[in-house]
Design a protein around this ligand. Structure first.
Ligand code: SF4
Length: 106
């Protein structure tokens, strides 16, 4: 079965292994077009404000980039936030794997 993660199986949820992933979520609210896909994919890290723009739950404002919010998480369900980034049409959500330092989504 093809998933939104494509051929990259590294971040798929493995109920037995329960590997923890340390990820950084970077969200640019200025570019949000308020479609809400991120909330459907990952309701733990995203919710909508009164204008239906996404809020990064417990995100902190970036010190120099206005409208950008950052959050670091440790999770055994990395596919949720990766799907949120990949389904965001204007691509204003980025995910970085803190172990490798590489951007993994979108
Ligand atoms: S998926 Fe992207 S554009 Fe849609 S609400 Fe979330 S951040 Fe905004």
């Amino acid at each position: 079965m093809t998933t939104i993660l494509g051929d990259d199986k590294r971040y798929e949820h493995d109920r037995k292994a329960r590997k923890k992933y340390k990820l950084r979520i970077i969200y640019n609210k200025s570019g949000c077009t308020a479609a809400g896909h991120c909330v459907l994919s990952d309701p733990y890290n995203f919710k909508l404000d009164e204008e239906f723009k996404a809020i990064l739950v417990d995100g902190t404002p970036h010190p120099t980039s206005k409208g950008v919010f950052v959050k670091e998480i440790e999770t055994d369900e990395p596919h949720l936030v990766i799907n949120a980034a990949k389904t965001c049409t204007p691509r204003v959500i980025s995910i970085v794997d803190l172990e490798t330092g590489k951007r993994i989504a979108p």
